[in-house]
Design a protein around this ligand. Structure first.
Ligand code: TRP
Length: 450
């Protein structure tokens, strides 16, 4: 099969930022900031994005770009190694990375499906009747309703499958180049509107004023672990995403500056999402620590109580759905690419991977609707379990990624990505001695803190 590449730098940035910016920014970041006491979490999140996000992303880019257009499952052995070391064991990390994407997409598709339901609801009648009780009942009813929840899930997945099967340039890159600018415009409109509400000042200080001791019994260690998990998830790290896209990147592209730009874009969108959402929450006098239901349960009530709430509701859920799409596209590409290589057919590979992940995703739905005997081993909620499992897998994969670049890859491979040797040396030093220790520290404390 003829190998496809991205058309150019802009396409790479749009697709990679599209992968990173998703439900993690619009649903995960605000709800976690809310639960973890605000400012301290936000500050730690930014620090982790810089201190870990950047090196891990660049390492993934280097591996993918040097994999000689092979599938990510073979990427580690394709990169030129130091002293001809045998790196085949490192390829196991790629299998874990692809499995991580599979698990994430299985529940991601369902949550994105909910956002379509809310989009339809906001267009079709709006949230006029929503008070706190009505809103929680509505959400509850949606999660247990097979026709709605599964229906929208399937719809979402089918569109994703179609886009990915169109290919890297005609599908992924093209859609990302249209959707990403739309997304930025929409989020700026929402922040602009939020700034006119009387909850804006409170939102700003909640998000940007770190307290020395996080309040309300929230422990610092937990906040740090959550902030790191959020950074990995939000930047699509440790889940084959960057590595897979990097296999379509031309040798001449500057992946150091692309990584920087993607990290800045993703962090900006998360912060803007906070600035868009919390003013509504505060001005309607709602609870910030609502948890995963924040955007689905709390926001509609806020929209119901404010001027232009109906229009804002439509715009907001359109934003969530769009952001969900570009990330799901990336997740599905990661899962399909190895099958596409194997079968030598993009359409077949994507269809098989897409169908499988959609079916497994229905397990999450089943857990809401019935108590399924054979699924009892994952307690009664597959979504939560997969979410927790992937929160361990992402740092684990990232650990092997930085170890590989730090100790196994040929130093010239790294040097060739930097403009000057000093920077390359600093990066190598950091990747050898700092990044792995940081990952292990937070990883261990997350296990101990359970
Ligand atoms: N970054 C995505 C978000 O914020 C979620 C995600 C994690 C992801 N890993 C991924 C998306 C891999 C695409 C590929 O919503």
């Amino acid at each position: 099969m003829k190998k496809e590449n991205f058309g150019g730098r802009l396409g790479i940035i749009a697709a990679t930022a599209g992968s990173a910016v998703g439900l993690g920014n619009l649903w995960g970041f605000p709800y976690r900031a809310g639960v973890n006491g605000g400012g301290t979490f936000v500050l730690l999140y930014i620090l982790f994005a810089i201190a870990l996000g950047f090196p891990v992303m660049l390492c993934e880019f280097i591996i993918g770009k040097n994999s000689n257009n092979k599938s990510v499952l073979k990427a580690f052995t394709e990169v030129k190694s130091k002293d001809n070391m045998d790196n085949s064991k490192f390829n196991i990390s790629s299998y874990f990375a692809v499995a991580t994407s599979f698990l994430i997409l299985s529940f991601y598709g369902m949550i994105a499906g909910w956002s379509i339901d809310y989009l339809v609801k906001s267009i079709n009648g709006g949230f006029g009747k929503f008070d706190v009780e009505y809103s929680s009942n509505y959400f509850e009813a949606l999660t247990v309703s097979i026709p709605r929840s599964v229906g929208y899930h399937i719809l979402f997945m089918v569109i994703t499958i179609i886009v990915v099967s169109l290919g890297v340039k005609k599908g992924i890159e093209k859609i990302s180049k249209i959707m990403m600018p739309m997304l930025i415009v929409i989020i700026l409109i929402l922040v602009g509107y939020g700034a006119t509400t009387n909850g804006f000042n409170e939102a700003v200080s909640f998000l940007f004023k770190p307290s020395v001791m996080p309040s309300d019994g929230v422990q610092f260690g937990k906040v740090a672990v959550n902030a790191m998990g959020q950074a990995f998830f939000s930047l699509s790290l440790g889940s084959a995403a960057i590595m897979t896209y990097a296999t379509y990147v031309d040798k001449k592209e500057d992946i150091v500056s692309i990584s920087k730009q993607v990290i800045i874009a993703d962090t900006m969108v998360a912060l803007l999402a906070g600035l868009a959402i919390f003013p509504f929450v505060f001005s309607a006098g709602m609870k910030v620590a609502e948890g995963p239901g924040l955007i689905f349960v709390v926001l509609p009530v806020a929209f119901a109580s404010m001027g232009y709430g109906d229009i804002i509701g439509v715009i907001f859920f359109l934003l969530v759905a769009l952001a969900g799409f570009t990330s799901a596209i990336s997740l599905l590409e990661n899962i399909s690419a190895p099958i596409v290589y194997k079968l030598n057919s993009r359409v077949k590979g994507v269809a098989i991977a897409g169908a499988l992940v959609t079916i497994v995703g229905m397990g999450s739905q089943a857990c809401f609707s019935f108590s399924v005997p054979f699924l009892e081993f994952i307690a009664d909620n597959q979504l939560d379990q997969f979410d927790k499992l992937t929160a361990y897998l992402m740092p684990l994969v990232s650990f092997f990624v930085v170890i590989f670049i730090g100790y196994r890859a040929d130093v010239d491979v790294i040097k060739s990505e930097f403009k000057n040797e000093k920077l390359a040396k600093m990066f190598l030093w950091y990747v050898r001695y700092v990044a792995p220790i940081l990952i292990v520290t937070v990883f261990v404390s997350s296990i101990v803190g359970q």
